[in-house]
Design a protein around this ligand. Structure first.
Ligand code: GSH
Length: 222
């Protein structure tokens, strides 16, 4: 039996969604972020040394990293579903988006989260205006232009085909959902119409909705 070690409000929601799309049997072990630090509880480090979610266990195997988990699940339980055929242009796009989501898109989104929350953190009141000014400047000069470039790239790519890898929905769309949802929470004004439509389409999928019910709280941090 597959166990998903699921942290609230986190990217492990994607794994629940994939399992629902594949119709796999699974169980969920839930973990709560620390409300102050937002970090995962220490008990998650008993499953994997880094203690990050998502993690799955399947029999004796423990698998970490959303991309690796998605590849494992599609390999083991996909029966040819949710992945374009090998050797096709769609398969190359599929592999690209699977890696791009974590390797490129998440960096400016994470920076946005950190720098927008920085001035709200605990600190002596005299330095707060300085921290606020520096954090604002970093966002304005570096992070926001990066986010704008990524958002306009998604918009262009979704103009070429309905889904990220082509005309068929694949696990790469599941992988891409998290940066897009993160951008909707942190930089909504940057998203174009096609990207918003993509989000609307995925949110309507019955498997997405079942996964939300199963996972509980899923509100991306801003
Ligand atoms: N690259 C990893 C990132 C995992 C990760 O950072 N997960 C976050 C949740 S979205 C987490 O566990 N945060 C809590 C912590 O760092 O303690 C993946 O895609 O699986």
């Amino acid at each position: 039996m597959i166990t998903v070690h699921h942290l609230n409000n986190s990217r492990s929601q994607r794994i629940l969604w994939l399992l629902e799309e594949l119709g796999c049997e699974y169980q969920i072990r839930k973990y709560q972020r620390d409300p102050q630090t937002l970090l995962a509880p220490a008990e998650l480090r008993r499953v994997h040394p880094l203690g990050k979610s998502p993690l799955i266990t399947d029999g004796a195997d423990t698998i970490a990293e959303s991309g690796a988990i998605i590849e494992y699940l599609v390999d083991s339980y996909g029966k040819g579903r949710l992945r374009p055929e090998e050797g096709t242009p769609e398969r190359r796009r599929y592999t690209y988006w699977l890696h791009y989501a974590q390797g490129s898109a998440m960096t400016p989104l994470l920076l946005k989260l950190i720098f927008s929350r920085l001035p709200r953190g605990p600190m002596p009141f005299v330095i707060r205006p300085v921290v606020k000014a520096v954090a604002g400047r970093v966002q304005q000069t570096f992070i926001d232009p990066q986010l704008k470039a990524h958002a306009s790239y998604w918009e262009d790519e979704l103009g070429k085909s309905r889904w990220f890898a082509g005309d068929e929905f694949t696990a790469a769309d599941i992988q891409m959902s998290f940066p897009l949802e993160g951008a909707a929470a942190r930089a909504a004004g940057q998203l174009g119409a096609r990207t918003r439509e993509f989000l609307g389409r995925i949110h309507e999928r019955p498997a997405y909705q079942r996964a939300l019910e199963a996972g509980g709280e899923y509100q991306l941090l801003s």
